[in-house]
Design a protein around this ligand. Structure first.
Ligand code: ZN
Length: 82
């Protein structure tokens, strides 16, 4: 848990927890209603370890996505890991 040492008073804790949401009243928040970025699936690239965030173009074969880029895919292939 990230909460440890975050706040000593309950009200302070609640403010900390709610802060990200109350600050999201930007135009971007309208997008967030449709797709909550925080809830998108994500995984790590099997080659370089960078986080891969779900993209619409991967909707069909997200399970098969293992690398962040074609370069990583070919690197992994060369390394005999594909
Ligand atoms: Zn990668």
């Amino acid at each position: 848990m990230i909460i440890s040492g975050l706040a000593k008073s309950p009200s302070g804790l609640i403010r900390q927890v709610l802060a990200p949401y109350s600050q999201t009243r930007e135009p971007e928040a309208r997008m967030a209603k449709m797709i909550k970025k925080a809830e998108l699936p994500r995984k790590s690239c099997a080659q370089c370890g960078l986080p891969i965030v779900w993209r619409k173009k991967w909707a069909r074969d997200w399970e098969a996505v293992r690398f962040c880029s074609d370069r990583c895919r070919s690197d992994a292939k060369r390394a005999g890991r594909a």
